[in-house]
Design a protein around this ligand. Structure first.
Ligand SMILES: *[C@@H]1O[C@H](CO)[C@@H](O)[C@H](O)[C@H]1NC(C)=O
Ligand SMILES: *[C@@H]1O[C@H](CO)[C@@H](O)[C@H](O)[C@H]1NC(C)=O
Ligand SMILES: *[C@@H]1O[C@H](CO)[C@@H](O)[C@H](O)[C@H]1NC(C)=O
Length: 378
């Protein structure tokens, strides 16, 4: 009797956990190479400026953060090869809405003023337009930070204002600005890959809620507080004035929270998606856009192989190391219409962010290990 009770109790505790992991892992395995059924719920698409930029992570306001150094220095995926030499990242403005410009003219690099770019490895960026403030997650080798710039789009210059470091900022990934220096940001892991690659991987695959969401007013660092714990917390954005959405790459899915007046979070529920969702954004009609990885193990393979990548090399081995076979996945969600898959394929791989300009009926996707920007129309 006692035994039966104990058994049931254990099952009750561990059952939901196993089911959760089953959902997480089965969706990821059904899209293994050779089994991938591509999805193209979009009318047309084109990859632009692929000879100019690669490893971009962001298309917010068509400001792009690109880091060719990611091949050898990726604190999220656990690639650490400083001995091979690490290229620096850069920020760009992509003026996609001006039909008079050629693709090459449309892409302009930003000058970073009062800032040393030698150890610059940008990931998530966020632009607060009322104050022209640009927040940039920097995975510098000397330690992760959030860099704050004053951006002048007209003069294509971002002037450095300050570097924010804090004990609660240890594996920063994405930022959402609430205005006037107040932000939410995610830490993707608790166990940083730079401290222990193995433990960090266990954290990823077990679905342990090791990542976190942090609130801070950058004008007063003492306000920093952990407001949620989320397994592999990734993209973060307000869905509307009261609901915050946070992507969990290990769930995988998107979690929703009610934001209280003191910036605490109350969990409201989640949606599951059939891919390791990476970043999220909200379009002009309030729809949630998601980009992620249809088969995460392939992304891990690409991340490993990339350390040797050299597009211009005479050695075939080094050129082959640049191949990106990690399938992309893009989807959208709204409360009324539910989940709709938009794109799944390997042609443009490792998708990490999708955004949509609803007034022009045009969407853009960037890939973690991909060249150029994927532009689609619906
Ligand atoms: C995710 O997407 C948003 C919206 O485009 C962007 O501002 C943010 O920087 C992105 N985060 C990462 C880690 O790419
Ligand atoms: C940013 O630059 C503009 C123009 O140079 C200036 O008016 C504004 O005060 C600056 N903002 C901050 C936060 O430094
Ligand atoms: C925000 O979005 C959530 C999820 O779709 C919805 O339940 C909530 O009513 C919305 N709130 C507002 C203020 O629009």
């Amino acid at each position: 009797m006692a035994r039966t009770t104990l058994f049931l109790l254990t099952l009750a505790l561990i059952g939901p956990y196993l089911y959760d992991r089953y959902l997480g892992i089965s969706s990821v395995l059904s899209d293994r190479p050779g089994k991938l059924k591509s999805i193209h719920n979009i009318k047309q698409h084109e990859v632009k400026v692929q000879d100019r930029i690669r490893n971009c992570e962001d298309v917010g306001l068509a400001i792009l953060s690109c880091d060719p150094g990611r091949d050898r220095w990726n604190t999220v995926m656990g690639s650490f090869h400083p001995e091979l030499g690490i290229a620096s990242g850069a920020l760009y403005i992509y003026d996609y809405s001006n039909p008079g410009l050629s693709d090459d003219e449309a892409l302009k690099s930003l000058t970073l003023k009062n800032f040393n770019v030698d150890d610059f490895h940008p990931l998530g960026i966020e632009f607060d337009s009322p104050t022209s403030t640009l927040y940039v997650v920097n995975h510098a080798q000397s330690g992760s930070a959030i860099e704050v710039f004053n951006l002048s789009i007209k003069s294509l210059t971002a002037t450095h204002i300050k570097t924010f470091k804090h004990p609660l900022l240890h594996s920063p990934n994405s930022i959402h600005s609430l205005g006037s220096g107040k932000i939410f940001f995610t830490n993707d892991h608790n166990l940083r890959a730079s401290l222990s690659p193995l433990l960090s991987k266990i954290e990823t695959w077990s679905g342990i809620p090791g990542g976190s969401v942090i609130y801070v007013d950058l004008n007063d660092p003492s306000t920093a507080k952990t407001v949620a714990r989320v397994g592999f917390a990734n993209g973060i954005t307000m869905l509307n004035s009261t609901t915050l959405a946070v992507a969990s790459s290990s769930k995988p899915g998107v979690l929703f929270y009610h934001v209280t007046p003191d910036y605490s979070l109350q969990y409201k529920g989640l949606i599951r998606v059939p891919a390791a969702v990476d970043n999220i954004s909200v379009d002009g009609k309030g729809k949630l856009l998601m980009a992620g990885h249809a088969f995460a193990p392939e992304l891990i393979k690409v991340a490993k192989r990339r350390a040797k990548c050299n597009f211009e090399s005479e050695k075939e081995e080094e050129r082959k190391a640049c191949e990106n076979g990690a399938p992309s996945w893009v989807g959208e969600w709204s409360e009324e219409k539910g989940l709709r898959e938009l794109y799944k394929d390997v042609e443009y791989g490792s998708s990490s962010t999708a955004v949509r300009d609803t007034t022009r009926g045009l969407g853009m996707v960037v890939g973690l290990y991909e060249r150029g920007v994927f532009v689609f129309r619906e």
